[in-house]
Design a protein around this ligand. Sequence first.
Ligand SMILES: [Zn+2]
Length: 286
Amino acid sequence: MVPTESLLHKTCYFGITELRSLGIYVPQPEIHVIDNFPPPYDTSPVSALTIGPNADTILKGGLYFLRNDVRPYYSSFLLLHELVHYAVADRDRNIARGLEEGIAEVVGSLYLAYKYMGTSVARRIFTYNRLFEADHTLWDLYLDYTRQAASLYLLTGLNGVANVLQGGRGQIKAVEKAYSLGTLPSSPLIPEWDSELTKLVHSLVLGYVPHMVVSPMAKYLSRFVRANLSVRNIIRSAGVEEHLGERALVELAESARVIALSPDLTLVTHSDCELVQPSLRYSTPG
Ligand SMILES: [Zn+2]
């Protein structure tokens, strides 16, 4: 067994133990690291997938990881998400989607992941792998449902979410239907929250600003921008070509709206670059 595979087993043991302590029974899955997913799974853009324990499919029950995508930490992060699917796949062969994906994110990719690898590593992995700038409906939907699961968590507590998971996919779908009808979910339990998970949910899922994305040059230049600095000084400090620097500053002013420029475009009159710089992201064309 290669080191990362034994790490996955260790992560799996941790995840099962934690989920059971929330009252969610998860059978022990087999873990498979394979070169390619067979059809019909080969068209999926994911690096890991779950097949329910009693599934009647080409793949037998277990958690599957693509060999080329296996990484320390990242694969553990994925495994903890997949375990949530495995917990509810037992009783219902429906596909995993919708709110179930969101709950797998909140309970697996945030709660279990922060407990397993620490808040700062879990936060980074979530940021780089879930909050990337993507114009891709599937990943956008994941985030939409993660917000729905975050709402469920904040309304009903971690014990409320666990209670829904205990009810399996049917219960998850009933909650998703409530959201779809515009009614709020309720729980028979007095809500109990985990303070660290609450912080992660607020900062990464609810308080996160998905559209604060600029070009690489604007992102770079934002480090040098301060109010009352001249455009020429900023461009000189950054050491970039003048016309590229000017274009990036106009972008920061007009697209991201984090700075204001004087009418003749020679002076930065207002700037919030210092404020947004840590979370400002860039995208590359294509
Ligand atoms: Zn999933």
